[in-house]
Design a protein around this ligand. Structure first.
Ligand SMILES: [Zn+2]
Length: 240
């Protein structure tokens, strides 16, 4: 699939902190890419065990529920493989263990592009970005330079495990707001909504989710020649 004159996408790897982050940030874009023949895989960094205020819920129970929900949501979008790294939800820090784990997956999948979180602390004027998101966004950028791309970083990944250094051509960083790059999700917004509804442990009302998604992602597309949009900042590594 030709994204633009400078970027061809045949495979993509989404790397996000929690179950449902993929669907919120890039569900419509991914569904659209899958329809155009792109292979998309998902790396889920945490176990999602903090995502509940139900007093009867436990971390052990919730992480099992959320993994099932994530697989169902991924199926709606056409995501092929979901890899769960199993770090504790809410306790993520961009340390060496996390850096190596993410670098391993980028070297394993060797995607044309990676999709991930923004490292911005305040987003779209109303959202205090979750620290786990910031940690994952930071670690993905560290993978671009140098963790996944340099042969002299984590040498054990190729010497002992066979995962050779790899540099994706671009990183799509979700801005959850207004650009600077927009993707047309008009054809796939229904899949995005259906996928989000599979995260039943995270939503009180499926109808409210649908209304919110339609309003929000239509607003993001307000200056575009189509109805619904997701938005990204694209880091291109293949232009220098
Ligand atoms: Zn999240």
């Amino acid at each position: 699939m030709k994204f633009d004159d400078a970027l061809e996408i045949n495979s993509a790897l989404a790397i996000y902190a929690h179950p449902d982050d993929n669907e919120w940030n890039s569900g419509g874009t991914i569904a659209s890419w899958v329809r155009q023949g792109v292979e998309v895989n998902l790396v889920l960094v945490t176990n999602g065990a903090s995502g509940s205020s139900d007093p009867d819920m436990t971390r052990e129970k919730l992480k099992e529920i959320r993994m099932v929900e994530q697989r169902q949501a991924a199926d709606v979008l056409g995501v092929k493989e979901v890899v769960t790294l199993g770090f504790e939800d809410g306790y993520l820090y961009p340390d060496l263990e996390l850096r190596k784990a993410v670098a391993r997956e980028i070297r394993r999948f060797r995607p044309d592009v990676v999709l991930t979180h923004s490292t911005e602390r305040v987003m779209a004027d109303f959202y205090a970005n979750h620290p786990d998101h910031i940690a994952v966004g930071e670690v993905v950028l560290r993978s671009i330079n140098p963790d996944a791309s340099s042969g002299l970083m984590f040498t054990e990944l190729w010497k002992e495990e066979g995962f050779e250094p790899f540099l994706p051509n671009a990183v799509f960083i979700g801005t959850f707001g207004f650009g600077p790059v927009f993707t047309d999700i008009t054809e796939t917004v229904d899949q995005k909504i259906e996928a989000l509804k599979h995260h039943r442990s995270q939503i009180e009302s499926p109808d409210e989710i649908e209304t919110f998604v339609r309003e929000r992602f239509k607003q993001i597309a307000q200056d575009q020649p189509y109805e619904y949009s997701e938005s990204f900042h694209i880091l291109r590594t293949n232009v220098v």
